[in-house]
Design a protein around this ligand. Structure first.
Ligand SMILES: CCCCCCCCCCCC(=O)SCCNC(=O)CCNC(=O)[C@H](O)C(C)(C)COP(=O)(O)OP(=O)(O)OC[C@H]1O[C@@H](n2cnc3c(N)ncnc32)[C@H](O)[C@@H]1OP(=O)(O)O
Length: 228
């Protein structure tokens, strides 16, 4: 939500300096290791995190291929345009995936983006509150993981977007408590449409849990206000 598309009926070009002070305080980034992260979650986190910076011969560092994306629990309030968006955000609202306080109970996750390859990955550890079939993760929770990674990927490519369609094939169940790797790839962009494919896999890549094609439509943030 850092991009803005101009519209004659609703200007969304609100700048950060117009935000009141509470919105300027640095929000907490939840996508950092905590005591609930298991060995597989840590291993994959370190694998991608180590590729965010590359050591140079002279001892300095430069940006690597991957970038870790921060994750907040009230993402819209901290975005450019927060004054407009605050009209539709209730004070108790929290991002769905970050609204359980107990570490490890629900979604533990971190996203990384690779702009050169137009790829995003998500590392998710599914906690005990996400049960569907006994001992396994609920299909809606899996859809949430997919929507989070592909939605973030689409908004990085095109600014504000809404999910129009998620076509998910569930191939094998995900054991509760396990860590999975989501890989999101741009398929194509056609006007306002962004089509993304996404696989949910076991951490060693040996098992495919789901395969998805997702359609996003870029929107003007006024699209949300019109429905408020
Ligand atoms: C860093 C920050 C991270 C942010 C991190 C956020 C991560 C989480 C991301 C979560 C994202 C969500 O969950 S979003 C919440 C779930 N989604 C929603 O509630 C969306 C509800 N639906 C809508 O608001 C609307 O239907 C839209 C915006 C999707 C589309 O409406 P519209 O803008 O008026 O567009 P419309 O004219 O209908 O359609 C434009 C073109 O797209 C096609 N089209 C539209 N819908 C579909 C469809 N379902 N399947 C196929 N095609 C479709 C039309 O045929 C048309 O094609 P043609 O004739 O031009 O060829």
């Amino acid at each position: 939500f850092t991009h803005s598309r101009s519209s004659p009926s609703c200007s969304s070009s609100v700048q950060l300096w117009t935000l009141p002070l509470p919105f300027l305080s640095k929000p907490r980034d939840f996508s950092v290791p905590n005591s609930s992260w298991g060995p597989e979650m840590m291993r994959l986190y370190e694998h991608y995190n180590s590729q965010c910076e590359v050591e140079m011969e002279g001892g300095g560092k430069r940006e690597g291929l991957w970038r870790k994306l921060p994750s907040y629990n009230r993402i819209l309030k901290y975005a450019t345009g927060g004054v407009y968006l605050s009209k539709i955000i209730q004070s108790k609202a929290r991002l769905f995936t970050r609204n359980i306080r107990e570490p490890g109970a629900a979604f533990e996750y971190v996203l990384f983006a690779n702009s050169e390859e137009q790829k995003c990955v998500g590392i998710f550890q599914a906690g005990h509150l996400l049960e569907g079939p006994p001992g396994h993760v609920h299909g809606g929770a899996i859809a949430t993981m997919i929507d989070t990674v592909t939605g973030t990927h689409a908004s990085m490519l095109s600014g504000p977007v809404m999910t129009a369609n998620l076509n998910i094939n569930y191939r094998s169940p995900i054991p509760l408590g396990s860590t999975v790797l989501l890989e999101s790839c741009l398929d194509k962009k056609e006007g306002r449409k962004i089509i993304i494919t996404c696989k949910v896999m076991s951490t060693d890549g040996s098992k495919v849990h789901t395969e998805t094609t997702a359609l996003f439509l870029s929107i003007n943030v006024c699209h949300l206000l019109e429905r408020a």
